[in-house]
Ligand binder design. Structure first.
Ligand code: TXA
Ligand code: MG
Length: 336
């Protein structure tokens, strides 16, 4: 008999893996946001994810792997470019949508013939997938519609009583969900911007297109490239107004419109407006990505009714920050 000494987090990862192998659902940290994971091949287990989140059945899940070789088990007709992108951006915050193999049940792919695949870099996520010896389907670990959780505490807020375990791996480094791409005409289309930016993709792919749904509203009568685009997303309970323009313009707008229960969501304290409570989310795009979802949840925790948010730049990972905050604001944007 071999005897293993289970230390700290390793023990919890083993406990969580046993739960997933037994057909259960567990929340775990990744470098992007926390995920709500189950065996991607097990229909009954995947159904529990949809139930725990209150997620619409036609919104597909991302399948997480810990070894590139698993790609050919999950997908078919894989273009050469997909292997190149995997070599460059895996493990990391990068998801590729490809035709699914028969091993992936339709419940996992939201009824589509394609599936999103990602190899995360977070050591806890990788160890968990490796111990389960199966790909793990995992959406973000929030209730459907609310901001994705970037700490175990925030997962607990949404999932307490709904799932048996949350593995606490501290704060997520990136803070926003992975970049999702689909393949077309020898290049890729960005369906959701994230930590792997357009500029980074252009170093590998001959053509990179940003889907209109990234910075615009997807109308009800067209079928979006990514089903997730059509749902209300990342929204705190408060009404959010995205204010685009200089800090002077921002302050004037807030002073003119502010009333009881309003908050400011600013880059830093120097943007604040006298007498109006505020939450900061940082100046540079990386910090904003890291802090945005936590800031939105903090605003809810402080009882904000309405939030005047400073609009971020769209450069680099800033495009991902803009994409999320625009949805948090339900496309309510004013230029000052
Ligand atoms: O960073 C992430 O991607 C996190 C962590 C946990 O890995 N996961 C995540 O999953 O954000 P979720 O379910 O919250 O978002 C998945 C997005 C949705 O917008 C969905 O519509 C899109 O990816 N997606 C998944 N499979 C797709 C497919 N086959 N075709 C088009 N879009 C797809
Ligand atoms: Mg999500």
């Amino acid at each position: 008999m071999t005897t293993t000494v289970l230390k700290g987090i390793e023990m919890y990862i083993k406990l969580a893996a046993a739960e997933i192998i037994g057909g259960g659902v567990v929340a775990f940290p990744t470098e992007t946001v926390y995920g709500l994971g189950a065996n991607a091949y097990d229909e009954a287990a995947v159904a529990k994810i949809f139930e725990a989140k209150g997620r619409p059945a036609d919104n597909p899940l991302i399948v997480h792997i810990c070894d590139k070789s698993a790609l050919s088990e999950i997908c078919t007709d894989i273009p050469e470019l997909a292997y190149k992108l995997a070599d460059r951006f895996w493990p990391g915050p990068f998801t590729m949508v490809l035709p699914k193999s028969d091993k992936i049940p339709y419940i996992t792919s939201g009824g589509l013939d394609t599936v999103g695949v990602r190899m995360p870099s977070h050591p806890v996520a990788r160890q968990l997938i490796s111990l389960c010896e199966t790909p793990i389907a995992a959406p973000s670990a929030n209730l459907s519609g609310s901001p994705s959780p970037t700490s175990a505490r925030r997962v607990f807020e949404d999932m307490n009583g709904r799932i048996p375990y949350i593995i606490d791996g501290g704060e997520c480094e990136v803070g926003l969900e992975s970049t999702v791409v689909a393949f077309e005409d020898g290049g890729v289309r960005i369906l959701r911007p994230g930590g792997v930016t357009k500029e980074m993709l252009e170093q590998v792919a001959p053509r990179v297109i940003i889907d209109e749904g990234v910075t615009g509203r997807v109308s009800d009568d067209i079928r979006p490239a990514s089903p997730g685009m059509k749902y209300k997303h990342y929204a705190p309970k408060a009404e959010v107004i995205l204010v685009k323009g200089s800090v002077e313009g921002y302050r004037k707008y807030v002073e003119k419109n502010v009333s009881e229960g309003d908050f400011c969501l600013v880059f830093d304290a120097s943007d604040a407006v006298m007498g109006v409570p505020y939450v900061e989310y940082g100046h540079d795009p990386r910090t904003q990505a890291h802090m945005l979802f936590e800031a939105l949840r903090e605003l809810d925790g402080r009882g904000a009714h309405r939030v005047f948010a400073r609009c971020p730049d769209k450069n680099g990972i800033g495009l991902a920050v803009y994409n999320r905050i625009l949805r948090a604001a339900a496309f309510n944007i004013v230029e000052v």
